[in-house]
Design a binder for this molecule. Structure first.
Ligand SMILES: NC(=O)c1ccc[n+]([C@@H]2O[C@H](COP(=O)([O-])OP(=O)(O)OC[C@H]3O[C@@H](n4cnc5c(N)ncnc54)[C@H](OP(=O)(O)O)[C@@H]3O)[C@@H](O)[C@H]2O)c1
Length: 345
């Protein structure tokens, strides 16, 4: 099995997967921490902290953040948890989304050396750690050759500031160019029952190069769980209100696509979200590479539910019911697709 020790556990902890050819083993499911500080409406800090602790008890060891999540706030929030469990957790953070200090709603993408150096120092300081375990380029700045950016990131490895390198939303060709400069441990992109564009060229490149695939928004930003059905169900400041697939007629059409997910869930006595996560996990077998979904949640009960999905095995019949969903989704996954791998392929 590509994902490593996937034959179930005896200690109630999830199984493991390897993060890149020479990387550490991490829990086969990570935790997306973005929503604890940013993008998805109000959070309860105490509940988020309890979620982090519960995740670790369940064997979740890869924790995903970024400097852009709340303009550094998410890294600062996570710092005490990381420090308390430094040897047990793998800290992943990202650079590239430069926030205009005069107008925090304005962002530009930067991949140049002075900017990267400023970001890594700021992240180390906010996280209050000596080294970042996995440092991602969050988005591609087309003004800077990717070889140059990865060259700077490789220097950070040599200088002991970061251990492993990752890229987010790059194309297969960009991944190949990057890997020619320095090994890339992980590629992070959106991958779910609703978003499968990376299967065309990104996933084959990752498999060929021995790069682990970290699947972000594996619950379709929550939509695949049925917890919201349209933009109007969300608070006014929720980022998902801007996403075309959750607005207007698209939302209703996409909600109807959950019928087969519900059917499979019922047959397993599982929730919709668990089926979405089991599908993402199963892609490791389909594509023969390590896949580590990083569902985001701020609730201990949900982290339990999500971790339990790692033990669900989908049948061929289930997979056949789920396979046609993605091509029927209406509305892009971002309002501006230029900054995604699909937008450049
Ligand atoms: N590289 C990138 O560009 C990029 C982009 C987006 C996200 N990410 C990373 O990927 C992580 C995960 O993605 P995501 O948070 O966008 O989307 P997601 O994991 O697909 O969905 C998260 C949403 O689902 C809800 N949820 C989680 N578990 C649930 C359950 N069992 N039942 C019902 N609802 C549930 C969460 O609400 P509660 O929190 O209230 O439970 C949240 O609203 C992020 O936290 C972030 O670290 C990276």
């Amino acid at each position: 099995m590509t994902n490593g020790t996937t034959d179930g556990t005896t200690d109630g902890r999830i199984t493991k997967a390897r993060l890149g050819a020479d990387g550490p083993e991490v829990g086969v499911q990570g935790l997306g921490c973005m929503g604890m500080s940013f993008a998805y409406g109000p959070s309860d800090a105490g509940e988020s902290r309890a979620t982090l602790e519960r995740a670790l008890e369940l064997g979740v060891t890869l924790y995903d953040t970024a400097d852009a999540y709340g303009a550094g706030e998410n890294e600062r929030f996570l710092s005490p948890f990381f420090k308390a469990h430094r040897d047990e957790v793998v800290i992943a953070t990202k650079f590239a989304l430069a926030i205009d200090p005069d107008d925090p709603t304005k962002r530009t993408i930067r991949n140049d050396e002075p900017y990267i150096r400023q970001c890594v120092e700021a992240s180390l300081k906010r996280l209050d750690v000596d080294v970042i375990d996995l440092y991602y380029m969050h988005r591609r700045d087309l003004n800077v050759p990717i070889e140059e950016t990865v060259g700077v990131m490789a220097d950070l490895v040599r200088e002991g500031k970061v251990k492993q390198l990752g890229l987010s939303e790059v194309t297969g060709a960009e991944l190949r160019a990057a890997q020619s400069v320095h090994p890339i441990a992980a590629l992070q992109s959106e991958w779910s029952l609703f978003s499968r564009d990376i299967e065309a060229s990104v996933v084959p490149a990752a498999r060929e190069l021995g790069v682990a695939l970290v699947a972000y928004s594996p619950l379709g930003r929550g939509f695949l769980t049925g917890s919201f059905a349209k933009a109007e169900d969300l608070t006014a400041d929720d980022f998902r209100r801007q996403q075309p697939r959750f607005t207007g007629d698209n939302a209703a059409a996409n909600a109807a696509l959950l019928a087969p997910v519900r059917k499979v869930a019922d047959s397993h006595g599982a929730t919709l979200g668990q089926i979405a996560l089991a599908w993402a996990q199963h892609q490791a077998t389909v594509h023969a590479l390590p896949v580590i979904p990083i569902p985001g949640t701020r609730r201990p009960s949900r982290v339990e539910e999500n971790a339990a999905a790692t033990t669900i095995t989908l049948t061929e019949e289930d997979l056949a019911l789920l396979a046609p969903i993605a091509e029927k989704v209406t509305g892009d996954r971002y309002a501006d697709m230029r900054f995604t791998s699909a937008g450049r392929e």
